[in-house]
Design a protein around this ligand. Structure first.
Ligand code: NDP
Length: 488
């Protein structure tokens, strides 16, 4: 037995020795630069998301002279474009969120980072370079991927919430606040976001009631102190929302539960602003990298490395603790440092290799952005609006927008693109809801962006949710367009 044991031990050692080189080979084979040759739309660093994490990663990536592409996502600039003043970003005493993000984007672009107005919907990390597919159907091959897709507002999951979304229920006070002039509204939540929403609503609404489900708020003390200065903001603690009530068209109230007395009661309001935290935008990564049960990325130790080599995480997708622009920015830079290290050390990307790969690299945005050259006319007066509706032989599609409104900025390129596709088979216009207030009221445009389609002088469709991709919008328009009309 002993002899057999020794023989077996010897065999094991031989097997291990035989296996070691093949293990090493398979690791380096996987990330061999040869695998990248001839691949379509090759990118050194592909960044999903354009909040402070994504953009800061783009600054570092492009300053390292790597081909860095930012796929901006549905909210270019991220959540900060939906806030007003930011006063905790080092070096900026007080700056508007959208302005801060625009400045960081300009900084990244000045070093050569490229931007694509599209969203990543699918990834395939089974072979390297990694395959990344966007909503508009573009396919990239990325040598490294930085996931900086942030978070989306969470939902309550109560009756009426889905039904009245865009008709009184909103996640964006800065976009939709002006629709609630002189009206009573509630803000649900007790975190920083809820108090920020309440202060954004204060110039418009008559009365804002912040509904906090427990006996305390999570918001930072300075925000809690600040709302005391607003005469039209009130707080109700220990209060849960059980149902959002409406008249079939719009919200008329909320059914509340007083958690102390256990009594339910109605509160008449026309707006319900939800600010109850968020969930990470990581569904497209399912099965490709390790995530926790809530969908936050699991990163390795004090690095931005995910469970997949060459894939990194940055910003709010990391955890629900401390969603701060400056934290996201720092982690973005760290993710890019990790990516650069991977490209130089594991892949062996060098000036010589880049020359060989030149023909495979993504050529840029010229083709993808071609359609943006279409000019969409603005309807500036009520008279012009009704005149267009009544006298057009083709369907008329209006994009109601506001300034500021990040979702509206996302909509416009899609709108232009669809306008180009349908040529003269339909007419396309944009309308500033703050200029045409009575028209907005008449057609119940309570949120922006909002698409209205008229045919033969009549309203035939209203689309209130932000349109996410070109296909969604063109499918909608196609329903009303006579495709046999050769008026193109
Ligand atoms: P938070 O997770 O901080 O707060 C969520 C709030 O919603 C809590 O009051 C929570 O109550 C409540 N809530 C959760 N689920 C429900 C529900 N089903 N019904 C009713 N209430 C509910 O989220 P925020 O979006 O406010 O903030 C996220 C992060 O972003 C934080 O780190 C915050 O500091 C940061 N942030 C910073 C800002 C700034 O610096 N200016 C601005 C905005 C956000 P409970 O406490 O009982 O769980």
């Amino acid at each position: 037995m002993k002899i057999f044991g020794k023989m077996a031990q010897g065999l094991n050692i031989v097997l291990i020795l035989l296996l070691i080189p093949s293990c090493i080979n398979s690791a380096s084979d996987e990330f061999n630069i040869e695998n990248a040759l001839g691949k379509e739309n090759l990118v050194d660093i592909l960044i999903c998301g354009s909040g402070p994490g994504g953009l800061s990663a783009a600054i570092h990536g492009s300053r390292s002279r790597l081909r860095t592409l930012v796929v901006e996502g549905h909210t270019p600039g991220g959540q900060l474009t939906r806030t007003t003043w930011v006063e905790n970003f080092p070096g900026q005493k007080k700056i508007m969120g959208p302005e801060l993000m625009e400045t960081i984007k300009e900084q990244a672009a000045s070093f050569g980072a490229e931007f694509l107005s599209d969203s990543v919907v699918d990834v395939d990390f089974s072979t390297w370079p990694y395959k990344v597919t966007t909503e508009d159907g573009l396919v990239f091959h990325a040598m490294t991927v930085i996931v900086a897709t942030g978070v989306s507002p969470a939902s309550l999951g109560i009756p009426g919430e889905e039904e009245y979304f865009g008709r009184g229920v909103s996640h964006c006070a800065i976009c939709d606040g002006p629709f609630y002039k002189g009206e009573d509204v509630v803000v649900v939540g007790g975190g920083d976001s809820a108090l920020e929403e309440a202060t954004q609503l204060a110039p418009y609404a008559r009365k804002i009631t912040v509904l906090v489900r427990s006996y305390r708020m999570r918001a930072i003390k300075i925000m809690q102190e600040r709302i005391e200065d607003y005469p039209n903001i009130f707080v109700r603690y220990n209060t849960s929302v059980k149902e959002i009530i409406g008249d079939g068209d719009e919200v008329t109230g909320v059914r509340l539960l007083d958690r102390e007395t256990k009594k339910e009661y109605m509160l008449p309001v026309s707006g319900v602003f939800l600010a109850i935290g968020s969930k990470p935008n990581t569904a497209f990564l399912k099965g490709e990298v390790e995530m926790d049960e809530r969908g936050y990325l699991i990163l390795k130790g004090r690095t931005q490395k995910s469970s997949r080599k060459g894939v990194f995480g940055s910003g709010d997708v990391e955890s629900d603790r401390g969603h701060q622009a400056v934290i996201a920015a720092g982690s973005g830079v760290q993710a890019a440092i990790d990516a650069v290290k991977f490209l130089t050390e594991e892949v062996g990307l060098s000036t010589k290799a880049v020359k060989r790969l030149k023909k495979s690299y993504y050529a840029g945005l010229a083709d993808a952005f071609d359609e943006q050259e279409v000019e969409i006319k603005e309807v500036e007066t009520e008279e012009a609006f009704y005149d267009t509706v009544q006298n057009s032989k083709e369907p008329v599609v209006f994009d109601f927008y506001a300034d500021p409104c990040p979702s509206c900025d996302v909509m416009l390129p899609l709108f232009k693109s669809v306008a180009k596709e349908y040529g003269k088979k339909a007419q396309f216009f944009k309308v500033n809801r703050d200029e045409l207030v009575d028209v907005s009221k008449k057609y119940a445009v309570r949120n922006v962006p909002c698409i209205l389609i008229f045919k033969d002088g009549k309203l035939v469709a209203t689309y209130r949710k932000p349109v996410k991709n070109k296909k969604e919008l063109s499918d909608l328009v196609e329903t009303f367009v006579d495709l046999n009309n050769n008026n193109k």
